[in-house]
Design a protein around this ligand. Structure first.
Ligand SMILES: C[S@@+](CC[C@H](N)C(=O)[O-])C[C@H]1O[C@@H](n2cnc3c(N)ncnc32)[C@H](O)[C@@H]1O
Length: 280
């Protein structure tokens, strides 16, 4: 049985080398940008609709942390007409490969002490904090990067493949994936539903949240994203001892078959506003 960390803490036994992008999801592995782009294809329209509904638009200076390939950063500039986006990632190769007017790129570890790239009207992080330790501190630190009246928007995965879900090749591999990622790089989605409380606890106001789930249709971006993610995380999945190679192969076939009748993990998006400063 694996030792569990308290919510928001690095699981015991993990070192700095056991982080996202090192033990698993290495950016130098061929096709990693394509895998991130499949996730983006599944979720970008939902994210953009939420950001625009929150009023993000012309004149805004935005920060996108853990920006990946930069799909949201570029859509904010191109479609929402924001003034600038600073896209931050600990590895910026996919961002510098696709420059865009108004897009700034910064290579940095957002969890490093002293990370302070400026103040922004929008601070956005999607599918990043779930992979990092000290999430509660990180949420507070990201809130500090807002100008008064700015909004912090956080999205991460919610595991709908619970222990009570019917046992199929898909649910068995999905459960093994979450455990394998937790054991190898400290990914933990158990605390994600607590986002609204955590945002409120940092002093942000008008906090709200929603869950969105893209349908698992064979051949769809989200189905291909999970198949690609299992491929990259296969070693971590197998190391759990919960499934073997044949089970992962069967789950990949199931995802792409007419038999597939399952629910994808969803995306929780939560947001909160930094209060306007009281007049002197
Ligand atoms: C799953 S990808 C999500 C990419 C993008 N936000 C999206 O939703 O399409 C996670 C990204 O976070 C970056 N990342 C992970 N840990 C980071 C850290 N400590 N500091 C900055 N970026 C980090 C990774 O390099 C990767 O690009």
């Amino acid at each position: 049985m694996c030792a569990r960390a308290r919510p928001g803490e690095q699981p015991p036994g993990l070192s700095a080398a056991d982080r996202y992008g090192e033990a698993v999801f290495r950016p130098d592995q061929a096709g990693e940008d394509d895998r991130i782009d499949l996730g983006a294809l599944a979720y970008d329209d939902m994210t953009m609709a939420r950001l625009r509904n929150l009023g993000v638009g012309p004149g805004w200076n935005c920060l996108d942390v853990g920006a990946g390939t930069g799909t949201i950063a570029r859509r904010l500039l191109r479609e929402a007409g924001v003034a600038t986006v600073l896209a931050v990632d600990r590895d910026v190769r996919f961002l510098t490969a696709r420059p865009f007017p108004g897009l700034g790129v910064l290579e940095a570890d957002i969890s490093a002490p002293g990370f302070g790239p400026g103040r922004f009207q929008l601070v956005h992080a999607r599918f990043v904090l779930m992979h990092l330790p000290s999430r509660q501190r990180l949420i507070a630190d990201l809130g500090e990067l807002l100008v008064p009246g700015g909004v912090l928007v956080l999205s991460d995965a919610v595991d709908l493949t619970t222990a009570t879900a019917p046992t199929t090749p898909y649910t068995r591999v999905m459960q093994a994936m979450w455990q394998g990622l937790r054991d190898t790089i400290g990914t933990d989605v158990a605390w994600v539903p607590d986002y609204p409380n955590l945002l409120r606890a940092t002093g942000l106001v008008s906090v709200a949240a929603e869950i969105q789930v893209p349908p698992l249709v064979p051949g769809s971006p989200i189905s291909r994203f999970w198949a690609g993610t299992w491929d990259r995380a296969r070693e971590a999945i197998l190391a759990t001892g919960l499934v073997d190679d044949a089970a992962v192969d069967a789950a990949v076939r199931y995802l792409d078959s007419p038999e597939c009748a399952a629910l994808s993990p969803g995306m929780i998006t939560a947001w909160g506003w930094r209060p306007e400063e009281a007049p002197p």
